[in-house]
Design a protein around this ligand. Structure first.
Ligand code: PLP
Length: 462
């Protein structure tokens, strides 16, 4: 099928829209990408990795055009960032206008309306009880750091509770909060103190039949014994874990934890950096079970690809900090705020919540059919357009819990070679995750799923 993305000019120029099709004209990566990779290896720290060393020249909708002229289907969306699609016209138009008006004053020096308008939108959207307020930053890690600062001020306590498999970022405090050592933490300590880890609800790996309430009781027992209920400033949790393996806790887990926080004077912080902005088929993932966090951290999908992050939460907690205690030179940059206003408009106008649910309806039956054919797919999980398969070793044609990271890597590599950008994740590196732009066209998604199917059938034994 040769449909195109939104026909409005996305660049202010009259060039042709990028056709929403996969098309390979060289091997992947092609010669120009390989040459650029040579330059990169000579100039860029090897500490910064890339999943797929294909150099991008243009992106539109769910298609990336690389330096060799290949058109790839993007099932990563820049790690859950361009929910509104690449070069979303509403984002492009507002950014172009804002760049021409002014690019920076520092909100802490002379403020501007765009910052206020984004906070107004966040306050309106966030699933928080009572009056809410927000503050803006640059990255998800920074948002999480600031949520902890706010929680400590609001409660007068120090301890931060996080979970197994959690990912909260790469700054010093958020490395402490992140679970996985390689590559995020190894050799980078010592880490910030007063961070405590509790067991997560992980239905695929928990004892069979364990309910969300039972998993919450297990976590609460650890918190009460090892931290003390009256020491906890906040419990920070991803409603669906991202880098840790797209782990969706059993129903009842999040509400029970939120209730425990309320009863014990701790703040419940939902880290919605990856799950937010329609990704899971709700504006925020917490909404699915009616959970009302005290604070929500946001980033990624809020601004259609520009760096913007924030904390939105109960006004009394957000106002607990003295004036000047929160901020930063670039936090809530006007160009990023303009992008966010465009992205939020697109989320509503294009019904991206509905689009994420449609993606789930289209993908899950295909993934389950693959699981039926290949026992190495131990689990199919996730919600909306945040879906994953967990690849495990088999014994006598039956799935075990032993992770198969090599199998996941082989599937991913085959997808890349065929022009589909896929990502892996998980504590054991054995989870393939799918995060398409929510605007992906059904035919393009079907093509990507065909590629995935071929990759799975050839990489895993029947
Ligand atoms: C749940 C969650 N929190 C925090 C972060 C850190 O965000 P950033 O990479 O923008 O610092 C991420 C990034 O993947 C994330 O998924």
């Amino acid at each position: 099928m040769t449909t195109t993305a939104d026909p409005r000019s996305s660049t202010g120029t009259s060039r042709e829209p990028l056709e929403q099709v996969r098309r390979l004209v060289t091997e992947v990566p092609g010669p120009r990408s390989r040459a650029l990779q040579e330059r990169r290896l000579a100039a860029v720290s090897r500490g910064v990795g890339s999943t797929l060393p294909v150099f991008v020249e243009r992106g539109e909708g769910a298609v990336l055009l690389d330096a060799d002229g290949n058109q790839l289907i993007d099932l990563g969306a820049g790690i859950a960032v361009v929910n509104v699609g690449h070069a979303q016209p509403r984002v492009v138009d507002r950014v172009q206008q804002q760049v021409a008006d002014f690019t920076h004053t520092c909100f802490m020096v002379t403020p501007y309306e765009e910052y206020v308008a984004v906070c107004e939108a966040l306050v309106r959207l966030a699933p928080v009880d009572g009056p809410a307020k927000a503050a803006l930053f640059n990255t998800g890690s920074e948002a999480v750091e600031n949520a902890v600062k706010i929680a400590r001020h609001a409660t007068g306590r120090d301890a931060v509770v996080v979970f197994d498999h959690a990912y909260h970022g790469r700054t010093n405090l958020t490395m402490a909060m992140t679970a996985k050592a390689m590559p995020y933490k190894k050799g980078f300590g010592p880490f910030a103190g007063e961070v405590y880890r509790a067991p997560m609800s992980y239905p695929f790996r928990d004892p069979e039949g364990m309910t969300g309430e039972q998993a919450a009781a297990r976590a609460i027992a650890v918190i009460e014994a090892q931290v003390g209920a009256d020491q906890v400033a906040c419990v920070v949790i991803e409603p669906v874990q991202g880098e840790g393996g797209f782990v969706e806790p059993a129903p009842g887990f999040l509400p029970a934890l939120a209730a425990w926080c309320r009863e014990n004077g701790a703040l419940f912080v939902a880290d919605e950096v990856q799950t937010g902005f329609a990704r899971t088929g709700d504006v925020f993932a917490c909404e699915r079970e009616g959970v009302r966090p005290d604070l929500v951290t946001i980033a990624k999908g809020v601004a259609g690809g520009l760096p913007l992050a924030g904390v939105v939460g109960r006004a009394d907690a957000m106002d607990a900090v003295h004036t000047g205690g929160l901020g930063g030179t670039y936090g809530g940059n006007p160009v990023a705020c303009a992008a966010a206003l465009g992205a939020l408009e697109a989320m509503a106008d294009l019904d991206l919540v509905g689009a994420a649910r449609s993606i789930e309806e289209r993908m899950v039956p295909r993934l389950l059919a693959l699981k039926a054919q290949r026992p190495g797919i131990g689990d199919v999980r996730g919600r909306g357009a945040m879906l994953a398969i967990e690849v495990v070793q088999t014994e006598g044609g039956v799935a075990t819990l032993a992770p198969d990271a090599a199998g996941a890597a082989a599937i991913s590599a085959a997808c890349h070679a065929a022009g589909v950008v896929t990502l892996t994740c998980g504590t054991y590196g054995n989870v393939l995750r799918f995060l398409p732009p929510l605007t992906i066209e059904p035919a393009l998604l079907d093509d990507a799923l065909d590629v995935l199917e071929t990759a799975v059938l050839s990489a895993l034994a029947g």
